[in-house]
Design a protein around this ligand. Structure first.
Ligand SMILES: Nc1ncnc2c1ncn2[C@@H]1O[C@H](COP(=O)(O)OP(=O)(O)OP(=O)(O)O)[C@@H](O)[C@H]1O
Ligand SMILES: [Mg+2]
Length: 416
């Protein structure tokens, strides 16, 4: 079974006059300068699946937005063709007017999302925004889980809202349901998934911080150990909470939207879309998160935006989609280039478009110090060096050179 998105097209939708973007079937990291349209790209996929949530965009009348996907060897085109929206240009007044199919192309079947749901085809990306803390929730017991069809509809319609504000995956509810179900005869797949996740908690963070699941007692509070110390879910660090809520959101989605035979996590396919994966993650975690996701979900496609130079450095060839500065016409595909050997500053400047990395105070002090060398002003140079030492790295080579200059000047003064 395969199930992934190959291409996204949008025209006269939101910020884009025309957008064409290709994806590979594994990791896609969308990166680029602030405000270049990263989140807007994800929102276009969400909109193609939920036109009733159209109010957050402004359009021209001939807006169209659709994506191509491969599902079980067949190609599908899903979304909205020209004529789907009215009142398009008025702020927050756009209305989904009709179910116009996206344009036909040979070998590709065009669908609107309502038809896709009716025909029971499982193209149901999981779309997650940047909000992912776990807040304390008191649990009352096990909950009934909705049917596969209901869940697919829910995931289709919640993407735009998730990007804009975010609903939280209910990690605790999932754990409680599973913990008390897995010994039942009918829960064999759930049991295998539970064991896969519990075993892989070890692979979540960097080498030196290991989280292990301990138990759930009658108070219905999942208990973990972190470096040997007991800890409740809500007590784990922001980094663990961010990753745990992501991982459990993905598991919940795999189990909720697939027929039972396709729910075993290591075999599961489909697309997970995440805005700002690096949120809450310590730089060390930013370096390891790609590998964690790759290990736990070996057949899932990821489309991810990020601001993190460390995540960018962890991407492999063919995984980065580098956007130019904001442009109304964008046509991009993953680059074969890899940035593993680039320095953080180099990635920030060239990929993320950060224009002024130099610390202003440092640059001003340095310029003054250079002037004092020229002017042979020993006292002022001494003072400038002492100020620089307070803010620069202890092994800063420029300060070292300034000190040599200072010594030469002092020697010169003595010889005069
Ligand atoms: N409906 C709209 N019509 C025109 N422009 C819009 C619309 N909605 C948003 N924009 C503009 O689109 C641009 C891209 O915004 P977006 O949030 O996608 O950027 P981003 O790359 O995710 O930025 P960041 O790095 O801050 O997350 C912004 O300049 C924004 O002002
Ligand atoms: Mg953004």
């Amino acid at each position: 079974m395969n199930n992934y998105i190959t291409h996204l097209h949008a025209q006269n939708t939101g910020v884009f006059e025309q957008l064409d973007i290709s994806f590979n079937k594994r990791f896609n990291f969308i990166v680029g300068p602030n405000g270049c349209g990263k989140t807007s790209i994800l929102k276009c996929i969400a909109l193609a699946l939920a036109p009733s949530n159209s109010k957050g965009f402004r359009y021209k009348e001939n807006s169209a937005v659709w994506f191509d996907a491969v599902y079980d060897e067949q190609k599908y085109r899903i979304g909205l063709g020209e004529g789907w929206v009215s009142n398009a240009e008025e702020y927050r007044q756009a209305v989904h007017q009709s179910w116009k199919k996206p344009p036909q192309q040979d070998g590709i079947i065009s669908y609107t999302v309502n038809k896709l749901e009716a025909d029971n085809i499982n193209i149901t990306p999981l779309i997650l925004g940047a909000y992912r803390r776990i807040e304390y929730q008191k649990m009352e017991g096990m909950h009934r889980e909705p049917s596969v069809g209901e869940q697919r509809k829910k995931y289709h319609s919640s993407g735009v809202g998730n990007i804009e504000g975010g609903t939280l995956p209910n990690v605790k509810q999932w754990m409680i349901n599973r913990y008390f179900e897995i010994e039942k005869d009918w829960a064999a797949v759930y049991k295998r998934n539970w064991e896969w996740i519990i075993e892989n908690l070890n692979n979540l963070g960097p080498e030196n911080c290991k989280l292990e699941f301990k138990n759930i007692k009658r108070d219905l509070e999942p208990m973990f150990t972190l470096q040997g110390i007991d800890c409740y879910l809500e007590e784990t660090s922001a980094g663990f909470q961010a990753i745990l809520s992501l991982v459990f959101a993905i598991v919940e989605w795999i189990e909720g939207t697939n027929e039972e035979e396709n729910t075993y996590i290591p075999n599961a396919t489909g697309t997970v879309i995440i805005d700002e994966l690096d949120v809450h993650l310590h730089p060390e975690w930013q370096l390891t998160i790609r590998k964690s996701l790759a290990t736990i979900f070996p057949n899932i496609q990821f489309i991810i935006t990020t601001h993190s130079p460390h995540l960018i450095a962890s991407a492999e060839a063919g995984e980065l989609i580098v956007l130019p500065k904001l442009s109304r016409k964008i046509c991009v595909q993953p680059t074969e280039q890899c940035f593993a050997g680039w320095k953080t500053d180099e990635i920030l400047e060239e990929i993320m478009g950060v224009t002024n990395l130099a610390n202003k105070e440092y640059s001003v002090l340095l310029n003054h110090a250079m002037d004092y060398v020229e002017q042979r002003n020993v006292d002022a140079l001494k003072e400038a060096i002492s100020q620089l030492e307070k803010i620069a790295h202890p092994s800063n080579t420029i300060i070292h050179i300034l000190k040599i200059k200072l010594a030469q000047l002092e020697l010169g003064d003595e010889n005069d």
